[in-house]
Design a protein. Structure first.
Length: 228
């Protein structure tokens, strides 16, 4: 928090803001929110309107933009997809996006690479299958912790943008993704990580962190970058 030089000043300001938030929302209820697949689907259904109009200006991107200059530009929402596209090689034929949301990244890539077959996967109960996509895109409802519908080595590249942070068993997630990847295939992940393990932060920081993560249905498990 800029403008607050000491930890005590930062803590005091955060506590003040939490007091204001607590006047309008049940903070304890938010902190204890469930984080199962249905909870995540319900969260996104409730927030889709905000994400589309207030967050990304109608571009259907429900992730953060990547800024090169520290300033906000709508084009920054495309940076993740652009990076993924740069990793495609001459042998890239099948690509899977896990946790695709509104499939904005897959749709952008599918238009740029019409000869590649894309599969976009997201949770059920989100109206995901109603998303309009190019003809080289297949939409599938499911859980990236259980990709049993795909054979081993199905995909040349798998990517996920700010989605694996929702998973409670990230080892299982990566195990399943590895199984459906071709030998030598690529996995690209853009996600949320914590810079310190929980053993190195104060109880106050743990409480605030728990509230922030719960407000977005993000699990606390394995979020320290060293756990991955």
């Amino acid at each position: 928090m800029s403008g607050y030089s000491t930890r005590e000043e930062r803590y005091a300001e955060i506590a003040r803001r939490l007091e204001v938030i607590g006047r309008y929302y049940d903070i304890d209820a938010i902190s204890s929110r469930g984080k199962g697949n249905q909870d995540i689907a319900t969260y996104y259904k409730a927030c889709d309107f905000y994400y589309d109009l207030a967050h990304c200006g109608g571009t259907h991107n429900i992730h953060m933009g990547l800024s090169d200059d520290g300033e906000f530009h709508v084009r920054d929402f495309k940076k993740q997809a652009q990076y993924v596209g740069e990793q495609f090689g001459p042998d890239t034929r099948r690509v899977l996006e896990v946790g695709a949301g509104k499939a904005a990244n897959t749709k952008l890539l599918a238009k740029q690479f019409p000869d590649i077959k894309f599969t976009a996967l997201d949770l059920p109960d989100r109206n995901f299958l109603k998303t309009r996509v190019p003809s080289n895109v297949t939409l599938i409802e499911g859980d990236y912790n259980d990709l049993a519908g795909f054979e081993e080595g199905t995909f040349d590249l798998v990517f996920g943008v700010e989605t694996i942070c929702h998973g409670s068993d990230k080892n299982q997630t990566y195990k399943e993704i590895s199984r459906v990847l071709n030998p030598g295939g690529k996995l690209i992940v853009f996600d949320v990580y914590e810079p310190q393990p929980k053993t190195e932060i104060t109880d106050f920081e743990k409480d605030v962190n728990r509230l922030i993560l719960a407000s977005m249905c993000v699990t606390e498990e394995d979020l320290f970058i060293g756990d991955t």
